[in-house]
Design a protein around this ligand. Structure first.
Ligand SMILES: Nc1ncnc2c1ncn2[C@@H]1O[C@H](COP(=O)(O)OP(=O)(O)OP(=O)(O)O)[C@@H](O)[C@H]1O
Ligand SMILES: [Mg+2]
Length: 293
């Protein structure tokens, strides 16, 4: 595209910038249960602006549940989530909308609408949240798609593009309104190692070049060490580790060690239940056999 296109920042985009000096995200004494399954247990933490935070932990430990509370998609039983100091669960819709304008979300499925082209998908949040003329929206969409290396796929439909391209289109849509924060739920799921590297680089670049705060849920160990400024590991509804990727690598915590090694034997619940089950079914020798092997 031509080099000297200028776009005025509309109001909605100014709003999306973080205003205060406080935390980008602040989670205070958050609690969430489903019946008697206590998924988030009195969780408190803060995320600073302009960093990449990785949330990891075994399957079922509550990562997606935590994400849903943080983006206001679900009400917690207790506690608060503040996005740039604004309560995402406020009773006032106006306040909730103000908080929502500050972040974008890349869902695991990319969640593109199949009946719309890639460009139309990216335009959707801009049309919904601003009164900008279509010509300006077209330019914004083009810029965002070029930023994620998808400038040539504007008129393609989601079913015509690969999984990696869908992720990138989903990312373009997540940053359509220039959010201060982007949440990613398993951005590398189902992608090949090279495409995972591409997505990792995009996350890193968006964070460093645009000053975005990134919150990434991932299991992908190479990604964690490539992108994270800080890592949080969840287990049994609590944060069991918070620190640098280096700190994670050197941690002596048995939960962390087991997770990093991918060891089926150890303190992490589900595999233990599984090995107890196999013990009950085929006797203790099965377990000894597996730990020798
Ligand atoms: N809407 C819901 N209703 C009832 N139980 C739920 C609901 N959502 C999640 N759970 C339960 O909460 C727990 C945490 O689920 P969650 O999806 O947050 O885990 P996760 O860490 O994202 O796992 P994965 O790595 O497999 O995606 C699980 O025991 C799950 O069965
Ligand atoms: Mg999940």
């Amino acid at each position: 595209m031509s080099g000297d296109v200028r776009i005025e920042l509309p109001e909605a985009r100014k709003d999306s910038h973080l205003r205060s000096d406080g935390a980008a995200i602040s989670v205070e004494r958050l609690d969430k249960s489903y019946d008697d399954n206590h998924v988030i247990n009195d969780m408190t933490f803060e995320f600073e602006r302009g960093k990449v935070y990785v949330i990891m932990g075994p399957s079922g430990c509550g990562k997606s549940t935590l994400l849903r509370q943080m983006i206001g998609a679900e009400m917690p039983d207790a506690g608060k989530v503040l996005i740039d100091g604004i309560d995402i669960h406020s009773h006032s819709r106006k306040v909730r909308d103000e908080a929502r304008r500050k972040f974008g979300v890349l869902f695991q499925s990319s969640a593109l609408l199949n009946g719309l082209t890639v460009a139309e998908n990216v335009a959707l949040p801009i049309q919904r949240h601003t009164d900008l003329p279509q010509s300006t929206i077209d330019l914004m969409v083009k810029l965002k798609l070029e930023l994620v290396g998808m400038g040539g796929a504007l008129d393609k439909y989601p079913y015509e593009i690969s999984g990696g391209m869908k992720k990138r289109a989903g990312l373009a849509r997540a940053i359509a309104l220039d959010p201060a924060i982007v949440f990613y739920d398993e951005p590398s799921a189902g992608l090949d190692p090279v495409m995972i590297g591409v997505i990792d680089k995009l996350i890193k670049d968006l964070t460093s070049k645009l000053g975005i705060t990134s919150v990434v849920i991932t299991h992908e160990m190479p990604s964690i060490f490539r992108i994270a400024d800080e890592v949080l590991m969840l287990f049994n509804g609590r944060i069991v580790f918070r620190g640098s990727p280096e700190g994670l690598r050197n941690s002596s915590d048995p939960l962390v060690r087991q997770f990093l090694k991918g060891d089926p034997e150890g303190p992490i619940n589900a595999p233990r239940q599984l090995s107890e089950l196999s013990e009950r079914l085929i006797g203790p020798s099965a377990r000894q056999g597996s730990s020798n092997g």
